[in-house]
Design a protein around this ligand. Structure first.
Ligand SMILES: [Zn+2]
Length: 133
């Protein structure tokens, strides 16, 4: 199994601070200043009430909500098989689409506890993924 590629992530507008956090090995979550909702994905405002948000460190821990094992990757993912694409439910609530790495895909189960890891590319790009604990 080859290491999964790290896509180039555009650093745009409201999500720029979030991606800078990922590059610094920190998973940040937006929280609404008005209704305290945790906002995922990062967008700079609360989709529930339209108020502004603040960024706060996430625990980086959660559980596998659902997953699929990919046996036929495409594009840059060809040759990385088998790999896991999963929804991880963070302890703070959001469910985020990601990869679960560093585990035997055949032994992964829904509900498995995971924690964030950060993969860094040679060009400074970085991506959050999760591994079992
Ligand atoms: Zn709100």
């Amino acid at each position: 199994m080859t290491a999964l590629p790290i896509p180039e992530v555009p650093h745009l507008g409201e999500a720029d601070t979030f991606w800078r956090g990922i590059a610094a090995d920190e998973l940040l979550l937006e929280r609404c200043r008005s209704c305290s909702a945790v906002v995922w994905y990062p967008r700079g405002f609360c989709p529930s009430c339209g108020s502004g948000v603040t960024l706060e460190p996430a625990s980086g821990e959660g559980a596998v909500y659902s997953f699929s094992v990919v046996h036929r990757g495409a594009g840059e993912y060809r040759g990385c098989e088998p790999y896991v694409v999963a929804y991880v439910e963070l302890d703070e609530g959001p469910r985020i689409l990601t990869n679960v790495v560093g585990c035997d895909p055949d032994s992964l189960v829904i509900g498995a506890r995971v924690r964030v890891v950060f993969d860094h590319g040679p060009d400074g790009s970085a991506l959050y993924r999760f591994t079992t604990v």
